[in-house]
Design a protein around this ligand. Structure first.
Ligand SMILES: *Cc1c(COP(=O)(O)O)cnc(C)c1O
Length: 383
């Protein structure tokens, strides 16, 4: 039986989105321009976010949001080890020291009790990750941040469309960073954005994303000519292109449908796998929320399954089914071990998740038949 390879993720790109990309290419304006401006407005409306800054990626967003805080040597930034490397890397690149705390093994989000314990006089920022699109407990998090006067940069790469209580992630709090990578809930190819309620941070990110060019300065100082500008700080080049926004305009329109289908499929897994001893299923917090289901990540029970996660992934691949690995615990990568002295045993829950977690196929265009195929193949692998 040679069924077609089923990937763990695949973007859904509509004909309208493709036509928009072609129209952008034919318009003569490919880089940052009117489509990015429109996309910015639409994101602002969808997220109810005061400031939205589209960028080349979420990694760029984390980098700039952290740079905007002007971290000083020794400043500590608290985050989770169960995340993509970009979360930690950008903390280091912005001059901070990543201080990790373990996860809550039920939700896989960072354990806020341990965050409270990790806060000291050097702490400046908390970077929570809304893992798989499940929100962290924002009331508790922001109470802590307010009490200790800390900034919060939410790594919301998984969380566009996530709702905490009755509010969308991105509509409140300090600062959020979303990703539009092709595997994420909506895509611009590569891409991301920063949202913030802080006008000053928005201004800094805006400068930093494009060479430190201040287009207001030529107004302020009365220089003539539209081409003129001032450089007010050394910036990077992290702007989003119109070509990317052309895709994003249409993806954003479809986002809630995408999430609805992801949710159906995720709940279908939850139901189908509930009695399987081979799996430990993702848990939910008690507070009201809407999970964006960017990922569906059960953890394998190695003794019941009689195989490791890596063996499972290999067997699935042999049956033409792709799976993902999000994530190995980040503190165990050589750089973080060597630079910050982290070692195995430091964060047992994150390490255990990192060794047992699998991302099963989940994407909006996935059919019920494909879903059944994943379940059938898993059943055959375990029997
Ligand atoms: C995808 C991801 C990022 C990086 O996003 P890019 O847009 O690819 O730069 C950062 N953090 C987490 C948790 C992610 O999943």
């Amino acid at each position: 039986m040679s069924e077609e390879f089923l990937p763990f993720s695949r973007p859904s790109i509509s004909r309208a989105a493709i036509d928009e990309v072609v129209a952008c290419l034919e318009s003569g304006w490919i880089t940052t321009g009117p489509r990015v401006a429109q996309f910015t407005e639409n994101l602002q409306a969808y997220l109810s976010a005061p400031f939205v800054l589209p960028l080349a990626s979420a990694t760029a967003g984390l980098h700039l949001a952290l740079l905007a805080l002007d971290l000083q040597p020794g400043d500590e930034v608290i985050t989770t080890p169960l995340t993509f490397a970009a979360t930690l890397n950008t903390i280091v690149l912005a001059g901070g020291k990543p201080v990790l705390v373990d996860i809550d093994p039920h939700t896989l989000n960072m354990d806020l009790n341990q965050v409270a314990d990790a806060i000291n006089e050097k702490t400046r920022v908390i970077v929570p990750v809304h893992f798989a699109g499940l929100p962290v407990d924002m009331d508790v998090l922001y109470q802590l941040a307010r009490k200790h006067e800390l900034r919060v940069i939410e790594d919301a790469a998984h969380a566009i469309g996530t709702v905490y209580k009755d509010k969308r992630i991105g509509s409140f709090g300090d600062t959020q960073v979303f990703s539009f990578h092709p595997n994420k809930n909506m895509t611009t190819g590569e891409g991301g954005c920063v949202t913030t309620t802080d006008a000053e941070l928005a201004r800094k990110v805006s400068l930093l994303r494009f060479h430190g060019i201040d287009r207001d300065s030529w107004n302020r100082y009365g220089k003539s000519g539209k081409q003129d500008y001032e450089i007010v700080l050394p910036g990077l080049k992290y702007n989003m292109m119109d070509l990317q926004a052309a895709l994003g305009l249409h993806q954003l329109k479809e986002l809630d449908h995408f999430i609805a289908r992801r949710t159906e499929l995720a709940l279908r897994y939850q139901e189908a796998l509930a009695d399987w001893p081979q799996w430990e299923l993702p848990g939910a917090p008690a507070f009201h929320h809407r999970h964006a289901w960017h990922l569906y990540t059960p953890r394998i029970n190695e003794s019941a399954a009689q195989m490791s996660r890596d063996e499972f992934i290999q067997k699935m691949k042999e049956k033409n089914i792709g799976t993902g690995l999000h994530y190995r615990a980040a503190h165990l990568y050589p750089y973080y071990r060597e630079q910050f002295g982290y070692q195995a045993g430091d964060f047992p829950y994150a390490e255990s998740a990192g060794e047992r977690i699998v991302s099963l196929p989940l994407f909006p265009a996935m059919t019920d038949a494909e879903h059944d195929r994943v379940l059938d193949v898993m059943y055959s692998i375990f029997s």
